[in-house]
Design a protein around this ligand. Structure first.
Ligand code: TA6
Length: 297
């Protein structure tokens, strides 16, 4: 049976907290321009970033589950403390399947609206990852979407982690997009036994399944979406690596929470620290950020 996806919503400026799909707690930020962001506390998951015209710039699968036991498919999953299956934890860690608390929200003098969410260890995380930590995630909406993530070691022993924002962009046609800014960067190709090589292309087009980590990628990248006549600008800081991913045909069919044809309308461009895990000593704090904005082509 398909999950009950009914949502209750209110409209308004600023910040509302309400109930989203399947009764999951949700936060909606609305900017005076009409742009908005929807965040589920389940995973601190940004599921929509809409422009003034109400168009969602992020991809969200029509087959996504909205259940406490599963990550949401699309939007911006927060990956922590493990990337993919590069360790013994559940794939991409546990931040995306835990409920975060809303600790702060408001409006800045320039009109930016924001919400800050927090996740700390709990008996379930301690059982699989025996560390005390505090994650804070701040989501700011202005004419851009800017997110900032921090990790603090609140325990007595050092720990190591990987972290990423697994952002799904909504594109008009995967065959018409290109990633710009990665030429000359070393990549690890997850589809070819993690072979390492240098990217030679100025414009990276998508012609099949793609799953690559670009190590020490530049801080400013462009996703050109010719079908939508727009460019998405991705600016990162404190995050070294970039992943590009599209499941293409066969993998899409195997993913039960993803439509068979949906690979044509999405691409993941992920920012994070993946190739070299971060080690935090007790009391230490790490911080990284990514800003997304849009321009016309
Ligand atoms: O970031 C790329 C990746 O690790 C791929 O290998 C792919 O499987 C994807 O993430 C999605 O993972 P998920 O656990 O959300 O199905």
């Amino acid at each position: 049976m398909k999950p009950d996806r009914r949502a209750t919503s209110q409209s308004g400026m600023g910040i509302i907290q309400d109930t989203g799909l399947n009764g999951l707690p949700r936060i909606v930020l609305t900017h005076s321009s009409g742009a908005s962001v929807e965040i589920y506390r389940h995973g601190a998951h940004v599921t929509a970033w809409k422009n003034e015209g109400g168009e969602n710039l992020l991809f969200l699968s029509r087959e996504s589950r909205f259940e406490r036991s599963h990550p949401i498919r699309g939007g911006i999953p927060v990956v922590f403390p493990q990337f993919s299956d590069e360790g013994a934890l559940p794939k991409h860690g546990f931040a995306r399947t835990n409920e975060w608390a809303l600790v702060k929200n408001g409006q800045l003098s320039d009109g930016t609206v924001f919400a800050t969410l927090r996740l700390e260890e709990n008996p379930d995380t301690i059982r699989i990852w025996p560390h005390r930590f505090a994650l804070e995630y701040s989501v700011r909406l202005s004419d851009a979407l800017a997110v900032r993530l921090s990790v603090t070691n609140t325990g007595d022993n050092p720990f190591r982690f990987q972290i990423a924002l697994h952002t799904y962009f909504q594109v008009a046609d995967i065959r018409l997009i290109a990633m710009l800014g990665l030429r000359g960067i070393e990549l690890v190709d997850g589809l070819r036994q993690n072979v390492r090589e240098k990217e030679t292309r100025e414009r990276i087009a998508f012609e099949g399944e793609t799953d690559r980590v670009y190590v020490q990628a530049p801080n400013r990248l462009i996703l050109s979406d010719a079908g939508h006549h727009r460019e998405l600008y991705i600016e990162k800081s404190g995050m070294n690596d970039v992943v590009i991913w599209n499941p293409w045909i066969d993998k899409s069919v195997k993913m039960e929470d993803f439509g068979d044809d949906e690979y044509q309308r999405m691409v993941c461009v992920e920012t994070g620290n993946i190739a070299v895990p971060i080690v935090l000593s007790p009391g230490a704090r790490w911080e990284g950020a990514t800003k997304f904005s849009v321009g016309s082509e």
